[in-house]
Design a protein around this ligand. Structure first.
Ligand SMILES: [Zn+2]
Length: 63
């Protein structure tokens, strides 16, 4: 199981995205950001989005 905590992304809640693949975890984290942290997403360019996904991949933990 792979996990990624919102806190590790600079969030202040206890959301943890979990999945069997990195893509699954990334998708759940992006969804969480769209719902709970739209302010972080609003002024993001496609380039910023790619960087954010790269950063997320680097922080995914294996459990
Ligand atoms: Zn969050």
């Amino acid at each position: 199981m792979k996990t990624l905590a919102c806190r590790d992304m600079g969030g202040n809640d206890d959301f943890v995205a979990k999945g069997m693949t990195e893509d699954e975890v990334l998708n759940k984290m992006m969804e969480h950001h769209r719902e709970m942290h739209p302010e972080k997403m609003s002024d993001m360019s496609d380039d910023d989005m790619m960087k954010m996904k790269g950063m997320m991949r680097g922080k995914i933990m294996e459990e």
